[in-house]
Design a protein around this ligand. Structure first.
Ligand code: NAD
Length: 261
């Protein structure tokens, strides 16, 4: 537990399931007031709010499509109206839609970029604007991926968006460090969430993915939430501009394991 988090206010985007849900629950358990943001999963978001409240925390569900500028502005406004401030912004919402790059439609490209990259930009911009106006030394956490580093055929839009999140995070970290605002990213490896449900339900594919992870298993959303809680807390007070990979070693060139190469 990170006692300094108690009473802080956090927004988590795309929090109705998967990694966002785990982060919302973890921050709720840390006694952070959590805005559980959803795009389509209103029922799920409300259930998460209820669970947080039942274990003694505070939370509220709010709708926001992160690709819509007006939604993101309204999200910040309603958060401040409800909880009085904003200390932690977790830009987690994301999606993927594989296809061979030479056949990828412009609509698909634009959709992934607008959610995974532009959505992160809008969340950062609005949160930073609020923090600057109110002299809040807040913290921002952007959800990147191991694919900010590892190229990913069939996912050119996704890899480009996460590569973008990396430099966006570093640039904002540098720009706002003098104001005490920290901006970091998390780079999850393969995590067991709805985004991967179909893929991991096939035992062969699952085994294949596990073979690319030195630690030998697919991560749990809670293992990403642990990293988010640390980055949100003052335990990471001197950390800004990093991508913290939580990937069981996936970025360590696992094909070289056992002295191969
Ligand atoms: P998920 O599909 O389970 O959850 C994604 C969430 O984002 C959902 O709640 C969805 O409704 C929301 N979302 C999608 N588009 C949105 C929009 N326009 N506005 C608001 N919300 C929107 O996926 P997940 O695995 O929990 O992924 C969360 C984040 O972690 C994503 O950014 C993803 O790229 C990243 N990530 C996941 C993995 C993994 O293996 N699961 C690995 C690396 C990075």
């Amino acid at each position: 537990m990170y006692t300094d988090l108690e009473g802080k206010v956090a927004i988590v985007t795309g929090a109705s399931k998967g990694i966002g849900e785990a982060i919302a629950r973890r921050l709720g358990a840390e006694k952070v007031k959590v805005v559980v943001t959803y795009r389509s999963g209103e029922k799920e978001a409300k259930e998460i709010v209820q669970a947080i409240e039942q274990s003694g925390g505070q939370a509220i569900a709010m709708h926001a499509d992160v690709a819509q500028e007006a939604d993101v502005k309204e999200l910040i406004r309603k958060t401040v109206e409800t909880y009085g401030t904003l200390d932690i912004m977790v830009n987690n919402a994301g999606m993927e839609k594989p296809s061979p790059s030479h056949e990828m439609s412009l609509d698909d490209w634009n959709q992934v970029i607008s959610i995974n990259l532009t959505g992160v930009f809008l969340g950062c911009r609005e949160a930073i604007k609020y923090m600057l106006d109110h002299q809040i030394k807040g913290t921002i956490i952007n959800m990147s991926s191991v694919h900010e580093r590892i190229p990913w055929p069939l996912f050119v839009h996704y890899a480009a968006s996460k590569g973008g999140v990396k430099l966006l995070t570093q640039t904002l970290a540098m720009e706002y460090a003098p104001k005490g605002i920290r901006v970091n990213a998390i780079g999850p490896g393969a995590i067991n969430t709805p985004i991967n449900a179909k893929k991991f339900s096939d035992p062969e594919t699952r085994k294949d993915v596990e073979s690319m992870i030195p630690m030998g298993y697919i991560g749990k959303p809670e293992e990403i939430a642990n990293v988010a809680a640390w980055l949100a807390s003052s335990e990471s007070s001197y950390v800004t501009g990093i991508t913290l990979f939580a990937d069981g070693g996936m970025t360590l060139y696992p094909s070289f394991q056992a002295g191969r190469g």
